[in-house]
Design a protein around this ligand. Structure first.
Ligand SMILES: [Zn+2]
Length: 162
C-alpha cells in the first residue's frame, strides 16, 4: 500500500477507537521510513526488520519510554501493525529475523499500480476527507456506532443473565 492508503485508513481506525490519530499515522509510516532508509544504506529489501511482527511492540515501547503516555504508545503500535496488514497484498517478512525470506534476493523498489493499490489509495483519501473534512459527520457516526455497540452488548448481557 502507498502513502494515502496507510495514512487515511489508520487515521480512520485510530479515531474510531479514540486514539490520537497523529501518533497512529506516524506509526503507520514508520515501517516504510525505517526499512526504505535501511534499504538505501544497503539492506536487502525495502520491507525488512520494521515489516516484521516484532517491530510494532518495540516501537510502542520506545514511545512509551520517551513520552510515558500509554495512548501515544498504543497508537504508534496500532499504526505500525495496520501498516503490515495493509502491505499484505505483497511479500511481508512477518517473522524476520527468525525466518529468512527468499524474496529478499529478488526484492526491488519497482511497483505497479495494481487494482489493490488504486482502491486502497482511493479508500485512504476518502477516509482522510471523512475524518478531517467532514469531522462533524465523522464524530456523529462514531457516537452512533459506539451507542449501537453498547446497546447490543447490554442486550446480550441481559439475555445471558436470564
Ligand atoms: Zn510497507
Amino acid at each position: 500500500m502507498l502513502l494515502l492508503g496507510h495514512i487515511g485508513i489508520t487515521a480512520f481506525v485510530s479515531s474510531m477507537i479514540y486514539l490520537p490519530a497523529f501518533f497512529a499515522i506516524v506509526g503507520s509510516l514508520l515501517p516504510d521510513i525505517v526499512d526504505k532508509g535501511l534499504f538505501l544504506l544497503g539492506a536487502p529489501c525495502g520491507r525488512f526488520i520494521a515489516h516484521s511482527i516484532f517491530f510494532f511492540p518495540i516501537a510502542g515501547s520506545v514511545i512509551y519510554l520517551i513520552t510515558r503516555n500509554k495512548k501515544f504508545a498504543i497508537a504508534i503500535s496500532l499504526g505500525s501493525l495496520l501498516h503490515l496488514i495493509q502491505d499484505m497484498n505483497d511479500n511481508v517478512p512477518f517473522l524476520y529475523p527468525l525466518k529468512n525470506y527468499t524474496f529478499f534476493v529478488t526484492c526491488n523498489f519497482e511497483f505497479e499500480f495494481t487494482p489493490f493499490i488504486i482502491v486502497s489509495e482511493i479508500l485512504g483519501s476518502l477516509s482522510l476527507l471523512f475524518v478531517y473534512g467532514f469531522n462533524k459527520n465523522f464524530l456523529k457516526l462514531r457516537k452512533l456506532f459506539w451507542r449501537e455497540v453498547n446497546g447490543r452488548f447490554k442486550r446480550t448481557c441481559s439475555i445471558l443473565q436470564r
